[in-house]
Design a protein around this ligand. Structure first.
Ligand code: NOJ
Length: 558
């Protein structure tokens, strides 16, 4: 396995709208980020993944882009962005930009042209099909609810949108689209960006399941059910790699819903020259019922988590590379989700951090995770902003006759807005995020959970994350070591071992709020690498773990 800087890095994700507002308009911005770069340096991360800052009408908070080479005015100007990159590079930080090219905004010039007429030069930049007896071309459902096809009166045809109707899907079959996308990527790479996080990149091919325009016209219109990871995705990525990615020393991570380890290997195996790593979602689906939507809540079973994460660790052990994450702008806060955001807030947040950061792969930290930010509970749906949440509420309450009381528990647990409340910097008004009115309410617990408190307290979640990051620099075994799951059937402890050239780490994580014990079988700890409780080496083979205790030992084998 080759050594790469991005395998040895820790990435920090910034959701700019909610990070830090410098001008009092209630919306985070680029100057706000610049003024917090020293904070990121203090934490010790290597790379920032910046969620979209491009021009956008904000139907989906910037994931609907109307100009890929312009900065959203809410966030600042291109000069601000240039300054951000320069100041990051000066501090030794790398910048990874979000690349959203499965779809654009319907306000992008390409789409404005495309919808004008069937003969327009940009018509084939998007996916247009005739309707079927007054119905949409296929029965595909969009990710944010409703049909994935929108009827457009202008030309009496439908266009495809796998997300909102303001996010029409680009037609990757069209070579001109691909060339324009590659050119846009070069624009940013030539400015010096250090990589891309590619939004739903495994959705870009549809040709295998969608009949052609001509087939629809001829009356043949039997589409297959919507699928991800179609073979064409690999063709396009290989082409993108050859034309663009391979020419720069960058990192790439593809967001890939529904990806399996064998598919992930195809995307990330070095010899295939596609991507460096992918974001998989299987572990994020363990607290919902199989085949059901994320809103159908189920308690996580530790056994399922062990099985799932270990499967990914093993399958990508020699071929490909894992990304490691608990949180991002689409996921609820991990301490509320798999930990305990009340009594064992610090313990469970640090235990979860240990469990993840000790695994093999590149760890990602989402803004606020490092101070243990929690889910929010707003009483009224009017305080929510996320299009997916609002569509779900409307569908359930407006169309299916549910009451708000039926629905709000799911929204509290899973709404994307849990991740999007403003970053909590201090205990002053609006958590120090803005001097104005924030675009979304601040979580009321900011007086207690905030950066200022975290920096001042040596025992804080922040300082624990900082230590985990430092350890990664000092111990190659954390990066490149092999992974072995231990005590698979232990009901409370997630235990595993990492090993590289004789250096061994034993990771023990008590996943629950009760004490438990763990028997050391064939190893002897000789040093505590890190722990979230004051601890010493055990006297015998039985280790007692406190509620949510995480312990990493250096060990020797018998
Ligand atoms: C995935 C992004 O992470 C999410 O926030 C967005 O809504 C969809 N892709 C559509 O771009």
């Amino acid at each position: 396995m080759s050594k790469q800087w991005w395998k040895e890095s820790v990435v920090y994700q910034i959701y700019p709208r909610s990070f830090n507002d410098s001008n009092g308009d209630g919306i985070g911005d680029i100057q706000g980020i610049i003024s917090k770069l020293d904070y990121l340096t203090e934490l010790g991360i290597d790379v920032v993944w910046l969620s979209p800052v491009y021009q956008s009408p904000n139907d989906d908070n910037g994931y609907d882009i109307s100009d890929y080479e312009a900065i959203m005015s809410d966030f600042g100007t291109m000069a601000d962005w240039d300054q951000l990159l320069e100041e990051m590079h000066t501090r030794g930080l790398k910048l990874v930009m979000d690349l959203v090219v499965n779809h654009s905004s319907d306000e992008h010039d390409w789409f404005i042209e495309s919808r004008k007429s069937k003969e327009n030069a940009y018509r084939d930049y998007y996916i247009w099909r005739p309707g079927q007896d007054g119905k949409p071309p296929t029965d595909w459902i969009a990710s944010f609810g409703g049909s994935a096809w929108q009827y457009d009166e202008e030309t009496d045809e439908y266009f495809l949108h796998m997300f909102s109707k303001k996010q029409p899907d680009l037609n990757w079959e069209n070579e001109k689209v691909r060339k324009d996308v590659y050119e846009m990527m070069r624009f940013w790479l030539d400015k010096g960006v250090d990589g891309f996080r590619m939004d739903v990149i495994n959705m870009i091919s549809k040709k295998e399941i969608l009949p052609t325009y001509e087939e629809f016209q001829a009356g043949y219109a039997k589409a297959e059910p919507y699928q991800f990871n179609l073979p064409g995705v690999h063709d396009y990525l290989r082409e993108m790699n050859e034309e663009v990615l391979s020419k720069y020393d960058i990192m790439t991570v593809g967001e890939c819903p529904k990806v399996t380890p064998s598919e992930a290997k195809k995307y990330t195996a070095e010899h295939r020259q596609e991507l460096d790593m992918v974001f998989q979602f299987e572990h994020m689906g363990l607290d919902k019922y199989k085949g059901k939507s994320k809103w159908e809540l189920k308690t996580l079973e530790l056994r399922d988590l062990k099985e799932n994460l270990s499967k990914w660790q093993k399958e990508l052990e020699n071929d490909g590379w894992n990304s490691l994450y608990w949180c991002n702008h689409d996921q609820p806060r991990i301490v509320s989700r798999f930990g305990d955001d009340g009594k064992y807030h610090r313990q469970s947040a640090t235990m979860l951090a240990t469990l993840l950061h000790m695994m093999k792969g590149t760890p990602y930290i989402y803004q606020g995770e490092e101070i243990g930010m929690t889910n929010c509970h707003f009483d009224s749906i009017d305080d929510y902003r996320d299009i997916e949440t609002l569509n779900y509420y409307q569908e359930m309450v407006g169309e299916h006759g549910k009451t708000p009381n039926d629905i709000m528990p799911s929204i509290y647990a899973k709404s994307r807005d849990n991740a999007r409340t403003p970053m909590q910097w201090n205990s002053s008004a609006e958590a120090g995020f803005t001097t104005g009115t924030p675009w979304i309410k601040v979580n009321p617990n900011y007086k207690k959970i905030n950066v200022e408190n975290a920096l001042a307290d040596e025992n804080s979640i922040f300082h624990y994350y900082k230590k985990l990051i430092e350890l990664r620099r000092q111990h190659e075994v954390m990066v490149y070591g092999s992974y072995t799951l231990l005590a698979e059937d232990h009901p409370a402890v997630f235990a595993y071992e990492r090993e590289l050239n004789g250096e061994k780490l034993l990771v023990l994580c008590n996943f629950y709020g009760e004490k438990t014990t763990f028997e050391l079988n064939d190893c002897t700890p000789y040093e505590v690498l890190i722990s979230n409780y004051p601890t010493e080496l055990p006297n015998d083979a039985m280790v007692t773990l406190s509620p949510y205790e995480a312990l990493v030992y250096k060990t020797t084998s018998h």
